[in-house]
Design a protein around this ligand. Structure first.
Ligand code: HEM
Length: 167
């Protein structure tokens, strides 16, 4: 029937998006040589472009408990995502990080481990990424760099687990 082409297209689109997303997110880790960093090699991305209107970074202290207030459940408050202790204001992507959003898992906390592992599991949403192998630490660093270019930095997490505080 006529619905088959639509179903087939959908079945193909989801994995294709995922692969493209992963390739884009890990672009720098796939090409470790500094000599390969040429602008013309950048593939077109489904990800949002870097922001041009970022404010100077702030250094306000946040405990993990205080961060929870900014998990998107209260629409009158901003949404914060922390990566390796850096707190980013992702409020302008409330659809993505707010309640019911695909990446709400990352909101109101430091979920560095999940970003490094490319995981959306609640159990991986932890600031302790110390058991990740170097390949996944590089993915995490790439995500940190991605956020630095796109979101305002509003502070630092002050009570990270000791095992990562000095990494
Ligand atoms: C089937 C699996 C997946 C698909 C189809 C997918 C698709 C996408 C798409 C389309 C975007 C761009 C969204 C936008 O700009 O609004 C995106 C961004 C993103 N994805 Fe995924 N993704 C998948 C899996 C994952 C996983 C496993 C992670 C875990 C780390 C992840 C983390 C992210 C993050 C952090 C962003 C950046 C959002 C932003 O712009 O702030 N994704 N993904």
């Amino acid at each position: 029937m006529t619905s088959y082409p639509i179903v087939s297209a959908l079945l193909l689109a989801v994995p294709a998006l995922f692969i493209y997303h992963r390739v884009t997110a890990q672009r720098t880790s796939a090409t470790p040589s500094p000599t390969t960093e040429k602008p013309e090699e950048k593939p077109k991305s489904i990800m949002q472009p870097a922001a041009t209107d970022l404010a100077p970074p702030k250094d306000d202290p946040f405990t993990q408990e205080q961060l929870k207030e900014f998990d998107g459940s209260d629409v009158s408050k901003p949404i914060y995502v922390a990566i390796k202790g850096t707190v980013f204001d992702v409020t302008r992507k409330r659809d993505t990080y707010g309640k019911g959003g695909s990446y709400n898992l990352f909101a109101g906390k430091d979920a560095s481990k999940a970003l490094g592992k490319s995981s959306l599991k609640e159990e991986d949403a932890s600031p302790d990424y110390s058991d990740l192998p170097n390949t996944e630490r590089k993915v995490l660093d790439d995500w940190h760099a991605f956020f630095v270019k796109r979101y305002n930095i509003v502070g630092k997490v002050t009570d990270l687990p000791a095992v990562v505080a000095n990494l």
